[in-house]
Design a protein around this ligand. Sequence first.
Ligand SMILES: Nc1ncnc2c1ncn2[C@@H]1O[C@H](COP(=O)(O)OP(=O)(O)OP(=O)(O)O)[C@@H](O)[C@H]1O
Ligand SMILES: [Mg+2]
Length: 449
Amino acid sequence: MNKILVIDDDQSIRETLYNFLKREKYETASAENGEKGLELIKTINPDLVISDIRMPGMSGLEILEKAKEYNPNINFIMITAHDDMQTTVEAMQKGAFDYIEKPLEIDRLRLTIRKALENKKLSDTLEALVEESSVQYELKNVLIGKASVMKGIYKKIGQISNNRVTTLIQGESGTGKELVVKAIHYSGITKNEPFVAVNCTALTESLLESELFGHVKGAFTGSIRDKKGKFELAGEGTLFLDEISEISPNLQIKLLRILQEKEFEKVGGEKPLPMNARIITATNRNLQKLVDEGKFREDLYFRLKVVTIEIPPIRERTDDIPLLVNHFLKKINNELHKNVFKVSDDVMKMLVDHYWVGNVRELENTLMQAVVLSKSDVLEKENVLLRKSDKIHGEFDDITKYSLADVEKNHIKLMLEAVKWNKPLAAKHLGISLPTLYSKIENFKIASG
Ligand SMILES: Nc1ncnc2c1ncn2[C@@H]1O[C@H](COP(=O)(O)OP(=O)(O)OP(=O)(O)O)[C@@H](O)[C@H]1O
Ligand SMILES: [Mg+2]
């Protein structure tokens, strides 16, 4: 019978859990603080510990750390309440198996316990890899968001940051993909290693190739000396390939080989060099769809998505919008030496309800503009300039006939016309990246004239 220990200072939670575990036929013990919990860990050697994070005296994270010193294979499920990125990432880095949120949901709990116990069985048979982790990178206030999906993302950041698994990050423009990549790099084993980013749309194919792989002297006209490529520069750190959907078929094959063989060759070079960096790629396009359409290699897609992180648009986590607004107001006021902190319910509701095509980036830009224009300490409604869809709706006689895609297409078309097809400018006003604009023009088949 599996033994489970519950540590929580809250008596009612302790009792609820205790009774639940008994009913589920686990051998169960409980403790109301860290000291007692650790003693029990040493005497009864439980298979799983379920511990609160915030407790007077020893915190859940400290208990976790001490227990792991004693038995590295011990499994922890943390109970989080006022959860933030910091504690979730830290708990995962310190080796917690998972976390569950208060209020406790019984089905979720049952499943998490089952998985933890299965994992324990497996890890008992494997060698534990304990990493030094002294987090210098200030994770606090880097990624804002308490939505469940965001916590899931923090958990993955914690796990990925302690190894070099190839990771694919997907999400609409402005959702924070780059921020997540940096959080991974700077919070774990790579934090003192190089971070190298390449935007795959920025360069022509041949330039991109020599940027990525480097070249030897004389490889082509003008290559007067050896040049290190990004793979080499990234060393044992992270190589971030942004807008990965945009690489040519030829480079797709090369990248696939590198991922398979863990080596790469300089342009014109003879012997392969080892590839030790963690590869993270990001895209705001649907790679699966590109694979289905034959535009992206399936075998490469599988190599890239060993682990995936899907960042949802902010309209799917609207509870986070007020948090983001507060965060950005602090940041912007600080930068501009202003003091615009008052937001009426009315304005907040408007921000929460808005359809943010450009996600967090567009929200931040809108707030920046509003703060600049503001004449008092209030974020004034008339200064919150939302890209109106009224104009578009105005052209539609019956709104129920049009899908979101119709409206999006129409808005992009109007925008392009308004800026005389200056695409970089249109992308800026739309709050999306240039490649995203290109792909939307292509997908929606938008033509000038
Ligand atoms: N959860 C968040 N908390 C705080 N700031 C965020 C968050 N998500 C995004 N941001 C901010 O929003 C802006 C856009 O984020 P980022 O550049 O990471 O987006 P992206 O997904 O890479 O966009 P694109 O696809 O257009 O390249 C940045 O200024 C970033 O700091
Ligand atoms: Mg980006």
